[in-house]
Design a protein around this ligand. Structure first.
Ligand code: SF4
Length: 447
């Protein structure tokens, strides 16, 4: 058992509240359970409790064993002097404040509903892809929908924080931050970091100064990427021109290219090669410089999609990488790539813009944009679908990715609405969810 189970029991008052007493026998009345503190310091702030008729207001700390107070060094930390109640599974030794006064202690071990204890154990000790997966088909739609909305907001907030850090690194220039974020989205999982580093190595003001010439934009981006090949006698004049342009621009702006080892081509579809993505980035900025401003002004998802739909210059219509001719095609940014840009660059930018300007319209636009896009297709979303949780939109698929990454994989079931429902509904006297074996049998029938 972990301490988070105690937090859950306390937060939702899921223990026997009758005739509460300290381990010394003094009666306790809980008036306010307090606010869960997930940062450093005691576990709950602003609790209000009466002990032996005396009113107390302050912090509550929790441990499985009371002796952990000393194991964790709280006796030497003044932040813990304000603790008014120590809630433990079991008191194995008394605990004192630095002034020598004893901290009242409440033991929970005899007060936990048997069903919650069993369900908790089942959730924490199984090998399923998602620990509660046998119960998922029985979670009602309203709970599922509300919970996914909340998890989506958490994902956008988390990504917004990363975006705000990028923005701070760009001198709060929204266009510059968007340039980096767009480059990262274009690079995808494999080359996203290298694409962002490439964009960060090239100030947007330099890109915009050469926006009118696609050749110069390509020279800047390919030159900086380190992917421009060494001279060869038979090479196309395009490559020679790129090299010539880059040599001049590099000196003019004191540029330092990335090492060629930054890039991955292996096991990638040619359409996703970094060379193709860099050429697309050049085309996007050749067509329009102020992409973030344009995205903010766009009337809806269709206009946003059109903004990012570009086809490539002549050389890149017959090449996926330098020096290797391929079948001719426009190499237009595909629907999936544009969707990835909208999900990973535009929505976080809108959300951050709304948060930093305290303007809910842009936060809402981020959510509306995700809800207007189809669900993503990847192995994680397919597995959720097989468990009966299909994503209806990119908003839901993003929420499901977040749920698995930040809740299920970290065993945060006691902080999850589904987990709380499972733990709560197995209390004696309440309607129970099926046990694991029954649920598996029914799941096979419905699944
Ligand atoms: S975190 Fe929630 S969804 Fe994930 S396994 Fe636990 S209860 Fe289920």
């Amino acid at each position: 058992m972990k301490e988070d189970f105690l937090h859950y029991l306390w937060r939702l008052a899921r223990f026997d509240l009758r005739d509460l007493r300290t381990t010394e026998g003094h009666p306790i009345t809980i008036q306010q359970f307090g606010i869960h503190n997930t940062d450093a310091g005691p576990d709950f702030d602003d609790a209000r409790i009466r002990i032996d008729g005396l009113q107390w207001a302050g912090k509550v700390e929790m441990h499985l064993r009371s002796g952990e107070w000393y194991d964790h060094g709280h006796d030497a930390d003044p932040a813990y002097d304000g603790v008014i109640l120590h809630v433990v599974m079991e008191e194995d030794r008394p605990v004192f404040r630095s002034d020598g006064s004893r901290i009242p202690c409440l033991e929970l071990r005899e007060r936990i509903p048997a069903g919650a204890r069993i369900s908790y154990r089942r959730l924490m000790h199984n090998e399923y892809w998602v620990p509660c997966q046998t119960q998922l088909p029985f979670v009602d739609r309203p709970l599922r929908s509300l919970w996914l909305q909340r998890v989506l907001a958490e994902r956008l907030t988390r990504r917004g924080e990363a975006y705000a850090a990028t923005l701070a690194g760009c001198g709060r220039d929204w266009e510059e931050a968007f340039f980096r974020s767009l480059a990262r989205a274009l690079g995808g999982k494999v080359n996203g970091q290298a694409m962002e580093t490439l964009a960060a190595s090239l100030p947007l003001r330099v890109v915009l100064r050469h926006q009118h010439s696609l050749l110069q934009l390509e020279a800047l981006l390919f030159g900086q990427s380190g992917l421009l090949p060494e001279p060869e006698p038979e090479e196309a004049s395009y490559v020679k021109q790129l090299r010539r342009e880059y040599a001049l621009l590099r000196v003019k702006y004191d540029l330092r290219p990335l090492p060629v080892t930054s890039w991955r081509f292996l096991r990638m579809r040619p359409n996703n090669f970094p060379t193709v993505r860099i050429a697309q980035l050049a085309c996007l900025y050749h067509r329009s410089g102020q992409l973030f401003g344009k995205a903010l002004a766009a009337a809806g998802t269709t206009e946003l999609r059109n903004m990012f739909s570009v086809s490539l210059s002549n050389y890149w219509r017959i090449h996926y990488r330098f020096g290797k001719t391929a079948e001719r095609s426009e190499r237009r940014l595909g629907g999936q790539a544009i969707q990835s840009i909208l999900i990973n660059a535009v929505a976080p930018a809108f959300f951050t813009y709304g948060r930093l300007r305290a303007d809910d319209r842009y936060r809402d636009r981020a959510v509306e944009l995700l809800e207007s896009l189809p669900a993503e297709k990847n192995s994680v979303i397919s597995k959720w679908r097989a468990l009966g949780w299909s994503a209806a939109s990119a908003g839901e698929s993003q929420a499901l990715l977040e749920l698995r990454d930040n809740y299920c994989n970290n065993s945060r079931c006691t902080s999850c609405a589904v987990g709380c429902r499972i733990l709560g509904r197995t209390d004696p006297g309440e309607p129970t969810l099926l046990n694991v074996h029954e649920a598996e049998r029914v799941y096979r029938l419905v699944g």
